[in-house]
Design a protein around this ligand. Structure first.
Ligand code: T46
Length: 133
C-alpha cells in the first residue's frame, strides 16, 4: 500500500467553519524542519517527477484538488488530495507526480529535513536502479 493517508485534527461547525492542525512531535512521525507550499499552478500542470533519498513529508491540499501518483519502482498508486482534513504521509524512495486538477489548488508540505538538492533523484531510470538495491 503506497498511499498512506492520515487524519488531521479538525475542529469545525457549519456556522463558523473549520480549523485543522497538527503538532510535531506528536501528530507526525517526524520533527518538522521545513514547510513549503505550491500555488498559482495551472490546471493540468504536472510537478514532482522525482524521489527523495531520505526525506519524509506530509502533503496537504487545503484548497482545491491535486492528484498525486506514487511509485516505489514496483507498482503505482494514485490518490486525489481534495480534503483539508486529510494528509498524505510520504517516506523516502517513492517517486511522486502531482497534477493540479482545479484552479487555485494549493499544496502544503511539512518536511523532515531542510532543502537539499542532493537528496533528490530526478531521473526515473536512476530511481529504478536505486529502488532495486
Ligand atoms: C516534493 C514535492 C511534493 C527550494 O529552493 N527550496 C525548497 O524547500 C523546495 C521545496 C524547492 N526549492 C527549489 C528547488 C527547485 O529549483 O524550488 C524549485 C522547484 O522545486 P521542485 O521542482 O522540486 O518542486 P516540485 O513541486 O516538483 O516538488 C516539491 C518539492 O521540491 C519536493 O520535495 O516532494 O513538492
Amino acid at each position: 500500500m503506497l498511499v498512506n493517508m492520515m487524519d488531521i485534527r479538525t475542529i469545525g461547525s457549519s456556522e463558523s467553519g473549520s480549523l485543522s492542525f497538527f503538532e510535531a512531535p506528536g501528530d507526525l512521525p517526524f520533527e518538522i524542519k521545513r514547510v513549503y507550499y505550491t500555488y498559482d499552478v495551472p490546471v493540468g500542470a504536472k510537478r514532482g517527477m522525482h524521489a527523495h533519498r531520505n526525506l519524509s513529508q506530509i502533503l496537504i491540499c487545503p484548497h482545491g484538488a491535486i492528484e498525486v501518483t506514487l511509485d516505489d519502482g514496483n507498482s503505482r498508486e494514485s490518490v486525489m488530495l481534495d480534503d483539508p482534513s486529510k494528509g498524505l504521509a510520504l517516506g523516502s524512495m517513492i517517486w511522486r507526480e502531482m497534477v493540479w486538477c482545479e484552479p487555485g489548488s494549493v499544496l502544503v508540505v511539512a518536511a523532515s529535513l531542510p532543502y537539499d538538492e542532493a537528496d533528490y533523484i530526478r531521473d526515473y531510470d536512476e530511481f529504478l536502479g536505486a529502488a532495486a538495491v
